[in-house]
Design a protein around this ligand. Structure first.
Ligand code: ASP
Length: 338
């Protein structure tokens, strides 16, 4: 921030009576440079687990597969990884200790979408979202109806709560209040410290310039049963237009829903912004809505039809993976606040 302290910055940025908007961010911090791709196909996935998802998606693309199969395969690998505690099997549960999954999928070439919300017992919710898109006249199914639909199509019920996730949930419950009858163990172990967010977006532009995307998650950990985040909502956790590009969000879903985050990113690209500028613009809006501060995290990744990518978040420590002609690499996203 140079000579300007953070406090001065916010004071100056307040700008009341000076004819400038209440909060106008003037800089971003960037980790590594934005990934630059020279051709197609290109895959971008959110988070450190994006590397694994990209690898699986690339396997499909390198055999001549299309963008839709690639995003599904990429996301399936993370959903089925029981060590990943933010998606699918092994995801952290709701406040009752039940794993409830949300997912959405969009297919650019046929301009179609599908989503499932609060889906229990099915390891690969994004594949159920694909079925909703391809084998029903609907876009979104939730809860028991979504489960029945999945079972009708041959998906098998599975207990998605791993011992590791159950232990973390138990620690959370035991530490909620000292006015209930649950006690934590005398000594808390380091691994008992839990994360509450995590999700994956997988976005692909294939060699024909066709775009597909998926967002899949176990959602906010310890949520109230029935809570849907942004991930299953088309336009919030995921959006794409085959003529323009795609965007996906992770982090606190409530803010992404309120700003139609992924839709905004794609519309920004339609109006001429680069994927990087488009993501930063939406992050700025979220921060602006919160008066220049945010005690939560939101992250966006985006790709345009040419395969150019971008990513931005509110706070640092957001990483994303891009697979292009240079291989499969992790990058630090731009962020606005420390
Ligand atoms: N966006 C997800 C939700 O709010 C959670 C996350 O990305 O961490 O459910």
């Amino acid at each position: 921030m140079g000579d300007l302290s953070r406090r001065d910055f916010f004071k100056n940025a307040a700008g009341v009576g000076l004819g400038i908007s209440f909060f106008e961010p003037i800089f971003f911090k960037r980790g590594a440079a934005t990934a630059v791709s020279a051709g197609l196909p290109v895959i971008i996935s959110s988070g450190g687990h994006g590397i694994k998802a990209n690898e699986a998606a690339w396997q499909i693309l390198s055999k001549g597969g299309n963008s839709l199969d690639a995003v599904e395969k990429g996301a399936n690998v993370i959903e089925s990884d029981q060590e990943d505690m933010s998606v699918g099997l092994g995801g952290l549960p709701n406040e009752e200790g039940e794993v409830e999954l949300d997912a959405s999928i969009m297919s650019g070439p046929d301009r179609n979408a599908g989503a499932v919300g609060a889906l229990k017992y099915i390891e690969n919710p994004c594949s159920v979202a694909r079925l909703v898109m391809e084998r029903s006249d609907h876009v979104m199914m939730v809860g028991k109806g979504a489960l029945r639909f999945a079972l009708a199509h041959g998906f098998k019920k599975k207990d998605l709560l791993t011992d590791k996730a159950r232990e973390i949930w138990l620690r959370w419950k035991e530490n909620l209040s000292d006015k209930d009858d649950w006690f934590p163990p005398k000594e808390l172990k380091e691994e008992d410290v839990f994360q509450t967010y995590g999700t994956i977006n997988v976005l692909v532009v294939d060699v024909n310039g066709n775009i597909s995307g998926i967002t899949t998650t176990s959602g906010l950990a310890f949520k109230i049963p029935g809570r849907l985040g942004d991930s299953p909502i088309i336009g919030a956790g995921l959006y794409l237009d085959n003529d323009v590009g795609a965007a996906g969000a992770t982090g606190r879903g409530e803010e992404v829903i309120k700003t139609c985050g992924s839709f905004m990113v794609v519309e920004n690209m339609r109006r001429g912004m680069s994927p990087q500028e488009a993501c930063e613009d939406v992050v700025k809006r979220i921060i602006k809505w919160h008066g220049g501060k945010a005690d939560f995290q939101d992250n966006f990744v985006a790709i345009n039809k040419k395969g150019e990518t971008g990513a931005a978040s509110i706070h640092k420590r957001f990483r994303y993976a891009v697979y292009n002609e240079k291989g499969n690499n992790l990058y630090d996203g731009a962020y606005l606040l420390d």
